[in-house]
Design a protein around this ligand. Structure first.
Ligand SMILES: [Zn+2]
Length: 303
């Protein structure tokens, strides 16, 4: 009531209403649906206050085995755009095929995708080498390409918002490039390059910055590692003088912690950023990636 009263007072002071043609009706906000947290981070930064973003993966939920409700699937055709990573979440790929949203944006378009066998991982012969690695967002350099893919497609869907989307994207890309640079300098001079992770999420990060990932489990964190795989990881840990076994925030840390305990090593979090929760080491993608960098530098004794 107070606000309305003030507005009325202003109108009465100016004495007349604005002539038609100079009143600006704000453009309708665009609504964007994303399939997982890293895409939410990008889409929210890109649309800023000219849109709303909803995430198909509930907060704190592991995104790999996402199942969609009938309502979520039906809602896809109402969104201005749906942003996903082709090949990451089978339910999303399927729903996009069946609902044909107005704009389906594959954020991974144009990126060279790695398979488990070529992503810098030392799988010790225990992991399937043919599966495509979906964890493209763990390379900030890839996130720059993803941001540009999403921005271009959103602008095509809503040309009336293109100037705002473009300005927001420039600011986002600058932040991602700064993050990329901090990884390059921060990991340039370390005592070792090998790091042990719960699941094989860090292939793109390893590939981009010259590290070697030794994953306990494969690309999907819900697959339990075999006894042979655990033995192979323990052998590699000794061979490379690894100090730390990394575990994650959204999945069980039991295996990583038991390996660390057996070998008298430390355990620490390396977050695949598949969701942000209250236990995340940061409130958004950039902050958690900075925490990941600090954890890698400590574990590998980087100067
Ligand atoms: Zn994953």
């Amino acid at each position: 009531m107070l606000v309305a009263g003030v507005a009325a007072a202003v109108l009465s002071v100016t004495g007349c209403t604005a002539p038609t043609g100079t009143t600006t009706t704000p453009a309708a906000k665009m609504n964007v649906t994303v399939a997982a947290y890293p895409l939410q981070f990008l889409a929210e930064r890109i649309v800023g206050d000219v849109g709303t973003v909803s995430n198909l993966t509930p907060p704190g939920t592991e995104p790999h085995d996402l199942e969609l409700t009938a309502r979520q699937v039906a809602d896809l055709s109402a969104a201005d755009a749906v942003v996903y990573i082709e090949g990451f979440q089978a339910a999303v790929d399927e729903a996009i095929k069946t609902t044909s949203p107005k704009a389906a944006i594959n954020a991974a378009a144009g990126l060279s995708l790695l398979t488990a066998g070529q992503d810098g991982a030392d799988g010790g012969g225990e992991l399937p080498a043919s599966a495509i690695d979906p964890h493209i967002w763990l390379s900030p350099a890839n996130m720059v390409t993803m941001a540009q893919n999403i921005s271009g497609a959103l602008s095509a869907a809503r040309p009336d918002l293109a100037a705002t989307l473009s300005a927001n994207t420039s600011s986002l890309v600058a932040d991602l490039k700064a993050l990329d640079q901090s990884y390059r300098t921060g990991l340039a001079s370390c005592a070792r390059t090998q790091f042990i992770t719960s699941h094989a999420a860090f292939g793109y990060l390893a590939h981009e910055y010259g590290l070697t990932q030794i994953p306990i489990a494969g690309l999907d964190p819900t697959t339990e590692p075999t006894a042979a795989r655990i033995a192979a990881v323990q052998k590699l840990a000794k061979q490379y003088g690894v100090t730390t076994i990394f575990f994650e925030t959204l999945t069980s840390d039991a295996v990583a912690k038991s390996i660390a305990g057996d070998l008298h090593l430390q355990s620490a979090v390396l977050d695949p950023i598949e969701g942000i929760t209250e236990s995340s080491a940061g409130t958004n993608y950039v902050e958690v990636m900075q925490s990941n960098l600090a954890a890698l530098q400590k574990a590998n004794q980087c100067k």
